[in-house]
Design a binder for this molecule. Sequence first.
Ligand code: NAP
Length: 270
Amino acid sequence: MVGWPVGHSRSPLIHKYWIARYGIAGDYRREAVALQDFPAFIANLRARGYVGANVTIPHKEAALRLSEPDNRALAVGAANTLWLEQGRLRSTNTDVEGFIDNLDAHAPGWDKALEKMVVLGAGGAARAVIAGLLGRGARRVQVANRTPERAQILRERFGAAVQPAGWDELMPLLDGADLLVNTTSLGMTGQPKLEIDIRLLAPRAVVADLVYAPLETELLRQARARDLRAADGLGMLLHQAVRGFLLWFGITPEVTPELRALVERDLAER
Ligand code: NAP
């Protein structure tokens, strides 16, 4: 994991678990690399003994620029995973499938008859979520953001299927919505609350929250209290790690209850 800072990342825990489980003679390390040192670092990945890397803040855009991205990284405009392919440095963005695979795991069939989808937030995570939803055939995604201009920029990136809205338009958007996704940092430990009433959502709506600290956010609590299906941020974090491991080590790893419990314990301790 290459970032600055990099100490908070749970990715080492996840990949080390799989490395041990599949008996791979390898390792997954944290590398604290400052912005100006990033190009030289990734240019010499192989010489440093690496077959690839995860990339986090502040390097995701540089990782895209300095590699050969796949369509997912291009759609999101940022890369979080690098791998070496016949000497070429390739990149992708695994948050896209992390989000979608987590929904498939926790709310199978979520994508049948989706008329009204609402995404809260318009940052990097929202771009991955929207790319995933459009890739799954969504024809219309309403994006509500505190700064409406950023939601408008997403329409320019993804096209007319994205319908930008301001935060003050939230109530009519939620009315009858089938899918609600929080991609803002609201509700996260140390951040302001996500003040939202989900009683207006459709009776069989699915709710996803990307925030994973706390594990059960107030949004997810409200969803479960209403008996709605819910997909949490930790599930996305675990599912997004799968393809990186596959690209580096050639094995599709399993997201097991044991792995989830391991990361849950770590989240509870910090
Ligand atoms: P980002 O690019 O900084 O975007 C943050 C978003 O939150 C923006 O839409 C911002 O609105 C909104 N926001 C922040 N404070 C707000 C407030 N007080 N009121 C209203 N809106 C507010 O961050 P990001 O990379 O998209 O990440 C967002 C969240 O997703 C973080 O909590 C991150 O941990 C989580 N995430 C989870 C996973 C996972 O695997 N579970 C993966 C990626 C990200 P403005 O545009 O108005 O500033």
